[in-house]
Design a protein around this ligand. Structure first.
Ligand SMILES: Nc1nc2c(c(=O)[nH]1)N[C@H]1C(S)=C(S)[C@@H](COP(=O)(O)O)O[C@H]1N2
Ligand SMILES: [Mo]
Length: 327
């Protein structure tokens, strides 16, 4: 079912917090863009798309996660999986729509073949990978929590491979300290890029040690199937201890560099979205608390866990850093 919201989520409860920000940017001057967005939203509310569930191709199989040193159960969260219907019908993907319930229909038929990811910058062996090459890395299943900065969360069974595996192939140089990611820019295929709701293309970044952490994956599927467009087909980043917006979708370029790269939401509102964006219940967003969250499909609120519950695996990356300053 499209446009379906989990029954227990009401518009009044979980507002479009990212969107609120966009309305504010509009006040600052992006008049044309914001008007287009508003009209589009109204149009879609009045003209709901036909109901249909997108289906991907079945994977022939994937390697089960092996337990790597020190990670223990970190690869698989022992919690109820969020139903597939919710995962594929409640999405943030501004290239298609700012309305979480409309991304599925707006991205239906998104063409992902051919697709290449160029890996460049401070590496000894820069290289462009095509989709088949990316899918030939040993795929694993990883059940991770995803926590959106807006205050909702899901438990998603991803299929993918460690980003570290890809980085090994290109051999980062001694000078490389950061990894920058870029989403496709093609307004013909991603129609909401015609609006100025964000600076396109969507970009994100990680410190090299975060990028090489075994929990950081490039996902190519979920629930055992090919990634549907609305979740970032054909390949997207998943960094489970950071707010959802760091997990950039539909990646075409990965660039290693010496300096901290730009990140879309940080550009949009630097006082609200920091470069690190680790899930941290002790650092409230300037306009709302981050102490609790609602798991999609549940009524009760849960306490948000430090590093989204992955502290044992990742806290050492931030030893000695003031996480209120580097939020
Ligand atoms: N390119 C791109 N990547 C993106 C976004 C986006 O708008 N564009 N939204 C982010 C946000 S805010 C979240 S919470 C997650 C949502 O991922 P999901 O729809 O697969 O749950 O994707 C992130 N990646
Ligand atoms: Mo998000």
């Amino acid at each position: 079912m499209l446009n379906k919201k989990p029954d227990d989520i009401r518009d009044s409860e979980i507002t479009d917090k990212h969107l609120y920000l966009n309305r504010r940017s509009f006040m600052r001057g992006a008049a044309l863009a914001a008007t287009t967005v508003g009209t589009g939203l109204l149009y879609r509310r009045l003209n709901p798309p036909p109901a249909e569930t997108p289906k991907g191709e079945k994977f022939s199989g994937f390697a089960k996660p092996t337990s790597e040193a020190g990670l223990g159960a970190g690869f698989t969260v022992n919690e109820k999986l969020t139903p597939l219907e919710d995962i594929i019908n409640y999405n943030n993907f501004y290239e298609f729509s700012t309305d979480k319930g409309s991304v599925a229909s707006e991205s239906k038929g998104f063409l992902t073949k051919p697709w290449t990811v160029s890996v460049e910058g401070l590496v000894n062996k820069p290289r462009t990978f095509d989709l088949d090459e990316l899918l030939s890395f040993p795929l694993e299943e990883r059940v991770y929590r995803l926590r959106c900065v807006e205050g909702w969360s899901m438990v998603i069974p991803w299929i993918g491979f460690p980003l570290a595996r890809l980085l090994e192939e290109v051999e980062p140089t001694e000078q490389a300290r950061y990894v920058a990611f870029q989403t496709l820019y093609d307004p013909k295929r991603m129609p909401n890029q015609r609006t100025g709701v964000l600076d396109w293309p969507y970009v994100e970044g990680l410190r090299l040690d975060e990028a090489k952490h075994p929990l950081t994956i490039l996902a190519t599927g979920l629930y055992g199937e090919t990634l549907p467009p609305q979740d970032g087909a054909p390949i997207r980043l998943v960094v489970p201890w950071k707010y959802g917006f760091k997990s950039i979708k539909s990646i075409v370029k990965i660039q290693l560099g010496a300096d901290e790269p730009p990140a879309t939401w940080n550009i949009q509102a630097p006082n609200e979205y920091g470069f690190y964006s680790n899930v941290n219940p002790n650092v409230p967003h300037p306009r709302w608390s981050q102490a609790r969250e609602r798991r999609i499909g549940e009524f009760r609120m849960r306490e948000t866990l430090m590093f989204n519950g992955y502290g044992e695996q990742v806290a050492h990356l931030y030893a000695g850093m003031d996480l209120k300053r580097y939020f």
